[in-house]
Write a protein that binds this ligand. Structure first.
Ligand code: IPE
Ligand code: IPE
Ligand code: MG
Length: 238
């Protein structure tokens, strides 16, 4: 990275949306959109290493996406397996640690196995962090945190008067990952769709009409430029 470039956001979170519409516009099956979208994942992961974004969180499958037609869900799950098998090498090359947020137990066993394998193999890397949100819901994450906190209170290990924002943050899925500085959503939708509800509190938001399969390094760099033009105030007047 050249020294006159502003420092990149430490953590970028992306709602990878628009695969289906991208395919439909081309008269292709939706799954084809997901396949080409997997190429975008690779491109953005590499771009993050290149520009020095340390944490990348990708919304790959929401807790709500289970209601989609079965062939699409199965197709997405086998694509995920394929992606893990093919991209593991890339993660090693760039010393990127893979982690997952979401209810991993909901995923089919072969996918879980593949995930556990890559998670374990990359656990010692610290250069970059790839977080995949799978069967993830922001409300579920907060609900799971509340349950864990309630259990500690019940066991007498935690005094409710001592519960602070930090207590809640510490009980989220990955408490050591810093909050995203920048959240990108592709395909033009102006909503959060249950993504990182707690963590996005002060993230800069960026929505592009570009569909996820077309979102590659140039589009990512354009988004980062928009980020650099932002003025984060965190409630202050400066
Ligand atoms: C995003 O693309 C991928 C997932 C949600 C798994 P979509 O599949 O939501 O594509 P659209 O929104 O229907 O175009
Ligand atoms: C959000 O996209 C979830 C993922 C990108 C994995 P959706 O396509 O599911 O969101 P909605 O349904 O348009 O809100
Ligand atoms: Mg969508």
């Amino acid at each position: 990275m050249s020294s006159n470039r502003p420092s990149p956001p430490q953590h970028v979170a992306i709602i990878m949306d628009g695969n289906g519409r991208w395919a439909k516009a081309r008269g292709l099956p939706r799954l084809r959109g997901h396949q080409v979208g997997a190429e975008s994942v690779r491109a953005i992961l590499l771009a993050c290493r290149k520009v020095g974004v340390k944490y990348l969180t990708l919304y790959a499958f929401s807790s709500e996406n289970w209601v989609r037609p079965r062939p699409e869900v199965t197709g997405l799950m086998s694509l995920l397996r394929k992606f893990l098998r093919e991209q593991a090498e890339e993660l090693h090359r760039h010393k990127v640690r893979l982690r997952v947020i979401g209810r991993m137990r909901d995923l089919p066993l072969p996918v879980r196995r593949e995930l556990h394998r890559v998670i374990e193999e990359t656990a010692h890397y610290t250069d970059g962090h790839l977080v995949l949100a799978l069967s993830y819901g922001g409300r579920q994450e907060i609900t799971d945190a509340v349950k864990a906190i309630a259990a500690k209170v019940k066991a007498g290990d935690l005094d409710p008067r001592r519960i602070t924002e930090a207590t809640i943050a510490q009980h989220l899925y990955l408490p050591d990952v810093p909050d995203p500085d920048f959240m990108i959503r592709t395909s033009g939708e102006l909503r959060i769709s249950n993504f990182l509800l707690w963590q996005l509190s002060y993230a800069e938001l960026y929505v592009t009409p570009v569909m996820w399969p077309d979102f590659r390094e140039p589009q990512f760099l354009e988004a980062l430029e928009a980020y650099h033009a932002r003025h984060r105030r965190f409630g202050d007047i400066k």
